[in-house]
Design a protein around this ligand. Sequence first.
Ligand code: A2P
Length: 280
Amino acid sequence: MALTDTYKLNNGVVIPKIGFGTWQNIDQAESATAAAIKTGYRHIDTAAVYENEEPVAKAIHESGVPREDIFITTKLYNTERGYKTTLAAFEKSMARLNLDYLDLYLVHWPANPAVGENWAETNAETWRAFEELYDAGRIRAIGLSNFSVPYLTELMKTVRVAPMVNQIEFHPGYMQQETLQMSHDLGIVVEAWSPLGNGRVLTDPVLVEMAARYGVSVAQLCVRWCLQHGTLPLPKSVSADRIAQNADVFGFEISTEDMAAIDALPETGFSGLHPDRVTF
Ligand code: A2P
């Protein structure tokens, strides 16, 4: 395995197995993205709500790497759900990104009963716009984010084009087994946001002891654990050293026994952001 290895999506498009995450990074989004590309990352994940599509895109455009060699993801924010609003929001993201096609567009969060009783219809209408953009060749792949089992189940009743990706919170101490299983059963690639538990799992004593045994950092152990579960980690950092470290995960393999020990950790490092409970 190497940083440029890919998963194949259910429409045949290939996606690099590790992406560079940019959530919570506005001021250093450009420098961090530039460092990631220099390190060899070829998959960059942004979102309209991160307010960094412009600096992230600037780093991509100025990297000297051909456009077609970089896989770019952005996401539709919750305030823009619905058919027409999605089409308009997509154009705004594309203008900020200064792109003529996008690699992957994700529905950032499902509408849920906490935001309105028409949540299922809203998600279906949003997806109809995604399908149209996909059919028109504006996007190479379309997918979801934070769609746990009930939302995925409901959406699958009306999709014409099946989603290719589901990006969920996934790290040691919070692995959402049922969503992982259902996504994989449907042929959907699972991307892991906050694969380091946003830094909260890095001091876990079980992980600290295990990482020392492998001669790696806990961050590297977490990224590797995601890969060995067949998920696509999106680690993020503002530091060039840590960006490089998080991609240096191909020189060791976690044993079956240690994978099981990590899987058995009690809930640790959960962000608190649950698709049933968020009201944004
Ligand atoms: P920093 O940007 O200063 O490196 P996640 O990707 O799970 O959301 O985690 C991101 C958090 O983890 C950030 O606070 C980031 O801080 C920190 N982080 C990223 N990589 C490493 C690493 N290799 N070692 C320690 N902390 C890291």
